[in-house]
Design a binder for this molecule. Structure first.
Ligand SMILES: CN[C@](CCCC[B-](O)(O)O)(CCN1CCCCC1)C(=O)O
Ligand SMILES: [Mn+2]
Ligand SMILES: [Mn+2]
Length: 305
């Protein structure tokens, strides 16, 4: 295993301050040292510097479009470099709008890929269906080829092109999906394992069916985009949009251990850790250490030793 870590201290895909300090909290909890201890090579590329965008008037309801566009352009270039250096990429967020640049850069380097999106939310609102205008609820609409007719021309987004097909996307953990998002998911026939399915099948069967679905599509490199709010807020409360009824700590490890064992894991996003949303130090510690443990499992750590 070899990890190439990129810190993306960015928060403009949503409106709650604090998520930009996610990368530093995850590093401070010992991510690099723990990866090295388990025999993983590590290259830490540090944090990207996102310059302030002074004038960024809303476009329709969309907030901070220009900032989100330029941040993701920079991230896409950085991701591509990390992949071309042969590492498994680790993108530490920052909010989930960063998946635009992370997936785009990954696809630019490798051509084709599949995405496993672990999240309480579908993050597939289009600019026109979003209630909030927060772009962290929309990244997949910019990435999916099938939705391009729904995306208007946006400032600072001309650098990107859609790079993902709906058949190569699998969701795990959904439990707070907007009506328009649900319509889109059904229309596109996207493979999804909402929490109801996780309860019904159990996480081992969910992972088996996830991998069967991806294998049938040709065993492409896997991009795991893990939103920490997929885990139950009793474990990871320090996040911007907590939703009760989430994955247990153990289910989170089952998911990441299983994907690690496929040998196809090529990039991991770990996003939406927001220390300011924790009520106590313990809230923050529980959230950040769970994020670290999930990442260690992505790089081969096994609970049996
Ligand atoms: C479900 N969609 C939301 C949340 C997006 C969360 C982004 B993530 O990165 O954390 O997954 C919420 C929209 N609801 C807000 C409250 C009223 C009903 C709509 C949105 O803002 O689009
Ligand atoms: Mn979420
Ligand atoms: Mn998300």
């Amino acid at each position: 295993h070899s990890a190439g870590i990129i810190g993306a201290p960015f928060s403009k895909g949503q409106v709650k301050g604090g998520v930009e300090s996610g990368p530093d909290h995850i590093r401070a909890a010992g991510l690099v040292e723990r990866l090295l201890q388990q025999g993983c090579a590590v290259k830490d590329y540090g944090n990207l510097v996102f310059e302030h965008v002074s004038v960024d008037e809303p476009v329709g309801r969309l907030k901070s479009v220009r900032a989100v566009g330029s941040a993701n352009q920079k991230l896409s270039v950085a991701m591509q470099k990390v992949k071309e250096s042969g590492h498994t990429a680790v993108m530490l967020g920052g909010d989930h709008s960063l998946a635009i640049g992370s997936v785009h850069g990954h696809a630019a380097a490798l051509g084709h890929l599949s995405v496993v999106w672990v999240d309480a939310h579908a993050d597939i609102n289009t600019p026109l269906t979003s209630y909030t205008g927060n772009i962290h609820g929309q990244p997949l609409s910019y990435l999916l080829r099938e939705l391009q007719s729904k995306i208007p021309v946006l400032p600072n987004f001309s650098w990107m092109k859609p790079c993902l097909s709906a058949g190569d996307l699998v969701y795990i953990g959904l439990r707070d999906v907007d009506p328009a998002e649900h319509y889109i998911l059904k229309m596109l026939g996207v493979k999804m394992f909402p929490m109801s399915k996780v309860d019904q099948l159990g996480v081992a069967k969910v992972m088996e069916e996830t991998c069967d679905h991806l294998s049938a599509r040709g065993k492409k490199p896997i991009h795991l985009s893990f939103d920490i709010d997929a885990i139950d807020p009793s474990i990871t409360p320090a996040t911007g949009t907590p939703v009760t009824g989430g994955l247990t700590y153990r289910e989170g490890l089952c998911i990441t251990e299983h994907l690690s064992q496929t040998g196809l894991l090529s990039a991991v996003d770990l996003v939406e850790v927001n220390p300011l949303r924790g009520q106590t130090q313990n809230d923050i510690h529980s959230t950040v250490s769970t994020a670290v443990d999930l990442l260690l499992a992505c790089f081969g750590r096994q609970r049996e030793g």
